[in-house]
Design a protein around this ligand. Structure first.
Ligand code: CA
Length: 254
């Protein structure tokens, strides 16, 4: 499967700095979005560290010989196990840095990552950065937000509308940097010709409705212009947070 991919990040209209980081490498088949948190620019440090640790690990593991980190799951593909290993490493790196540097104390980051291997794609995440799949004119969210309000919505304690305006909507239940024993969600599926994958930070998903995201992704043949239009739309709707998007379009055509 051939991949066209592009990533774009934007500070948005109200934040003074950009704490998001991303990575996009179609040859490696690896795509990452991370959304950092912490004072004194520590959020920027955390998201960048996590992206560098994960991408570095996957590059080395694709070259061969890189051992898996932690327990692997025989029910999952090799790519999924490598992706989880890389996120475990990224978590260790951010935890260590936060512990050893007083000005980085309490820093953390979300992560969502996709690794394409042949006709299969693995998605792993922790936090509220999301992966979406656009297929045959429909959009589906592939990740569950690890946030307090999203857990409450899943338990039926809160409506989606209440969650959107809750003062607790930024509170995460999982992120890299706080606990060495981080639980990571992973899912995998077969890619079909024409599939379009989007990874994004909450600066997109809280500002642009899913049907608008679908409209933009489905109507654009180039990931570059789709990313620009998504960021513009988030800013048109207020741009209250940093906005990061990575789009990967899959095609069987050569
Ligand atoms: Ca954010």
């Amino acid at each position: 499967m051939k991949i066209l991919a592009h990533g774009l990040t934007d500070k948005g209209l109200s934040r003074t700095n950009n704490e998001d980081s991303f990575y996009s490498d179609k040859d490696l088949g690896l795509f990452i979005v991370a959304d950092g948190m912490g004072g004194h620019s520590a959020g920027e440090v955390a998201s960048r560290m996590a992206v560098e640790a994960l991408s570095g690990y996957i590059r080395k593991s694709c070259a061969g010989g890189e051992p898996l980190i932690g327990r692997s799951d025989s029910g999952r593909s090799d790519a999924s196990n490598r992706l989880v290993s890389g996120i475990r490493l990224a978590n260790q790196v951010v935890c260590e840095a936060a512990k050893n540097n007083p000005s980085w104390k309490g820093m953390g980051t979300t992560i969502v990552a996709a690794l394409a291997d042949g006709n299969r794609v693995s998605i792993a995440h922790a936090g509220d950065s999301r992966a979406y799949l656009v297929r045959s004119g429909t959009i589906s969210q592939l990740t569950d937000d690890h946030s307090v309000v999203a857990e409450q919505v899943r338990q039926g304690l809160l409506s989606k509308e209440e969650a959107e305006v809750s003062e607790y909507r930024n509170l995460l239940t999982r992120a890299l940097g706080s606990d060495e024993a981080l639980e990571i969600d992973v899912t995998e599926f077969d890619i079909m010709d024409g599939d379009r994958l989007l990874l994004c930070s909450d600066g997109l998903s809280t500002m642009v409705a899913d049907d608008e995201v679908l409209m933009i992704i489905a109507s654009d043949d180039l990931p570059e212009s789709a990313c620009t239009r998504l960021v513009d739309e988030a800013n048109n709707n207020g741009g209250r947070d940093n906005i990061t998007v990575v789009a990967a379009f899959f095609t069987a055509k050569v």
